[in-house]
Design a protein around this ligand. Structure first.
Ligand SMILES: Cc1ncc(COP(=O)(O)O)c(C=O)c1O
Length: 399
């Protein structure tokens, strides 16, 4: 007899890359073109040499158990970076009170729900608000923490950011946690400072946690995205009820380093540190040293951003005016309206050897009767320029 499993697992049937494999793997492309994977949001540039140089300098530290919460040097580098990046009042982010390092943000985003979802909230079962489309860790975290995930559609009609005014009062009362992503994966929308202030005000009024996933904050087009801690400062108060997540995966093209951090409300960071001492992932000391060096260096980030701008120039030159093309404010995805995302993904694979993600795989019908991603495909604009030129020529030919 099989051992009983946590029944909540049954709701985690949404791993997008498994669905993509099932859709595309039975199909062999009819073309000799070299396959191009635009389905995965993985940076294709190499990180700066600073990373490997610093790892080498700290090679004698692999024998040591690292501090779970991160070295003071790394936490200070994160605090200084936040302060400079968002123009925060000097001293308002303190490395010990406000910052915890993570082994990449995914595990921290997931574990946060275990920290802040109580058994009941507002007289009923707790709710976690999830933007729809969403990054899969949000839904996984909500579900495994025993909460009801309530999906907030982010569509063209609301400029791809959940409409805060449309969340019913009864839902807000039961809300324990709200995951927001800005710049958003997949649509690339950036929440304005005003929007963030409104979300923070709601979090405080209804006493829930606002977790803003800002891991694409350093890849932007014309305007530097505002951040949730900046919005807290603009409201003139502390960081109560708010945490932000930042990562080196995209900023420094170092997804393999597994390094990020969470920062914000000291009333959450302290208990988070306590919880993580039971089951968090420790980050090796050489990795923490490399992360410290990367957060203290901006030159490679400026270069990286310029490369992404060129990639979007290529996309714009080839497909502007089609598939509802718009140049995203941030992030490195294109979110194209192709009518039927699965059908377009199949056609692109079969006739052009290009893998893209059907938008419906990163969203769900949250009760409206419509999956808001269904008519879209998501393309990661991460390859070198000649590969992208080739890819967009094929896309134009086939779609
Ligand atoms: C929106 C979003 N948040 C968080 C992550 C996790 O990034 P990491 O764990 O590499 O920091 C990703 C990775 O793709 C992402 O797209």
């Amino acid at each position: 007899m099989p051992v009983p499993l946590n029944p909540q697992l049954d709701t985690l049937s949404d791993y997008p890359f498994e669905s993509l494999r099932m859709l595309l793997n039975p199909v062999t492309p009819r073309t000799n073109d070299v396959p191009i994977a635009m389905s995965v949001g993985e940076p294709q540039h190499q990180p700066p040499a600073l990373l490997t140089e610093t790892l080498a300098k700290h090679a004698h530290e692999w024998n040591k158990y690292p501090l779970m919460q991160g070295t003071p040097e790394l936490r200070e580098a994160c605090a200084d970076w936040l302060t400079a990046r968002y123009g925060l009042p000097a001293g308002s982010v303190h490395w010990e009170r406000n910052v915890l390092t993570l082994a990449g943000t995914k595990e921290g985003l997931f574990m946060l729900a275990g920290l802040v979802v109580p058994r009941r909230k507002g007289g009923g079962p707790p709710i976690v608000l999830v933007p729809n489309p969403y990054y899969l860790a949000y839904n996984g975290a909500a579900t495994m923490a025993g909460a009801e995930a309530v999906f907030l559609d982010a569509t063209a009609a609301n400029h791809f950011m959940p409409d805060l005014a449309m969340i019913p009062e009864a839902t807000l009362e039961r809300t324990a946690l709200f995951y927001l992503c800005s710049p958003a994966n997949p649509q690339g929308t950036v929440a304005s400072l005003d929007y963030l202030k409104q979300a923070i005000t709601l979090a405080r009024r209804y006493n829930f946690v606002l977790a803003v996933d800002e891991c694409y904050a350093e890849i932007y087009d014309a305007v530097k995205p505002a951040g949730a801690l900046e919005a807290c400062a603009a409201l003139g108060e502390g960081f109560e009820n708010v945490v932000v997540f930042h990562s080196l995966s995209k900023r420094s093209s170092a997804a393999g380093l597994r390094s990020g951090f969470v920062a914000g409300d000291p009333g959450l960071i302290g208990p988070f540190q306590h919880l993580r001492s039971y089951g968090g992932c420790q980050v090796p000391l050489p990795v923490q040293a490399a992360a410290t060096a990367l957060w203290r260096d901006e030159a490679h980030v400026v270069e990286n951003r310029a490369k992404y701008r060129r990639k979007f120039d290529i996309a714009e030159a080839t497909i502007a005016g089609r598939f509802g093309f718009y140049r995203p404010d941030g992030g490195f995805f294109l979110w194209l309206d192709v009518g039927d995302g699965e059908e377009a993904a199949l056609r692109l694979w079969r006739d052009a050897a290009i893998r893209v993600l059907p938008g419906g795989y990163t969203a769900r019908d949250g009760g409206s009767g419509v999956n808001p991603g269904q008519q879209y495909i998501r393309l990661a604009i991460v390859h070198d320029d000649p590969t992208l030129e080739d890819a967009f020529d094929r896309i134009r030919r086939v779609l």
